[in-house]
Design a protein around this ligand. Structure first.
Ligand SMILES: Nc1ncnc2c1ncn2[C@@H]1O[C@H](COP(=O)(O)OP(=O)(O)OP(=O)(O)O)[C@@H](O)[C@H]1O
Ligand SMILES: [Mg+2]
Length: 265
């Protein structure tokens, strides 16, 4: 088990919002998980905790056996920098840097922190960046600035930046939420390839039934709780088999291949 959440609750005390309520979740290496549910149900809050951006108010998160509650903020930041990659709905590329410079950033930061990439030469770094850009299919755009890219290309650059340091977990918060369906499909195919070919563990929040169809596990959240989990067990192209994520009103916990998550329903 790579990452385990036990009884994780998150309260935003300033507005007294209980965004997560006793969530239990185990994530194995190589999982591709979609987290679905209505707006405000706690998807991003959960991803922030999984991605070590935030700590729970209650409960435990164990990352590769390490209890994150026991880490200092500095320790948490270091762990996140080395072992997690993030992709967001709005890309978050730095507009004054080229694609190549954006993608190189995580390695340069690791290097300046005297982390594992400390010994990387300028030549090695450039080679690694170009290999990663090849993998996501935008090597020809290496010298472009973000404003010169299409939305789909921007998201592929963001994915390259998120995976260049070979993170154990790739966290994607609505990675296709801001793309037209064609570009969204390219991004989803890329995530699928990273998962299937490279064994990249991926946790993705999404509102789209098509996107959740790419995942091997589909988790439905409502009002801060995980209410069901199903294996989608289907390929990317057979979207007729994709179950739309249920709304708060019509969650069907009885349906044959959707199992309620113990203790959460
Ligand atoms: N910093 C914060 N302070 C107070 N409340 C917050 C904060 N961040 C999120 N919330 C609240 O927590 C709840 C869950 O928010 P979250 O962003 O996790 O939802 P979500 O499922 O990602 O929604 P969406 O699909 O719209 O992105 C919401 O009701 C939101 O208003
Ligand atoms: Mg969100």
């Amino acid at each position: 088990m790579k990452l385990e959440l036990h009884g994780v609750s998150k309260k935003y005390s300033d507005h007294n919002v209980e965004a997560l309520k006793e969530v239990n979740l185990g994530i194995e290496a190589g999982d591709f998980i979609a987290i679905c549910g209505p707006s405000g149900c706690g998807k991003s809050t959960l991803l922030n905790i999984i991605g070590l951006i935030d700590k729970p108010s209650l409960g435990t998160v164990s990352f590769g056996g390490a209890d994150i509650n026991a880490l200092t903020d500095e320790g948490l930041t270091r762990l996140r920098g080395q072992r997690v990659g993030f992709v967001f709905q709005f890309f978050n590329l730095l507009s004054t840097l080229t694609v190549e410079e954006n993608v190189a950033l995580p390695l340069e930061i690791a290097s300046s922190n005297k982390g594992h990439a400390a010994s990387m030469t300028e030549g090695d770094l450039r080679k690694k960046v170009m290999e990663t850009l090849e993998r996501v299919g935008i090597a020809k755009r290496a010298s472009f600035y973000p404003s010169q890219l299409s939305g789909g290309e921007m998201q592929r650059a963001a994915i390259a930046r998120a995976v260049i340091h070979s993170p154990e977990i790739l966290v994607a918060d609505e990675p296709t939420g801001n793309l037209d369906s064609e570009s969204g499909k390219v991004v989803l195919e890329l995530l699928k390839q990273l998962n299937e070919r490279d064994g990249q563990t991926i946790i993705m929040a999404t509102h789209s039934a098509e996107a959740s169809g790419y995942a091997g596990r589909v988790i439905v959240m409502i009002d801060g709780k995980i209410v069901s989990e199903a294996g989608s067990g289907i390929g990317a192209s057979s979207s007729e088999n994709v179950k739309p994520s249920p709304s708060a009103d019509n969650v069907d916990l009885e349906s044959r291949d959707v199992k309620p998550v113990s203790g959460d329903v």
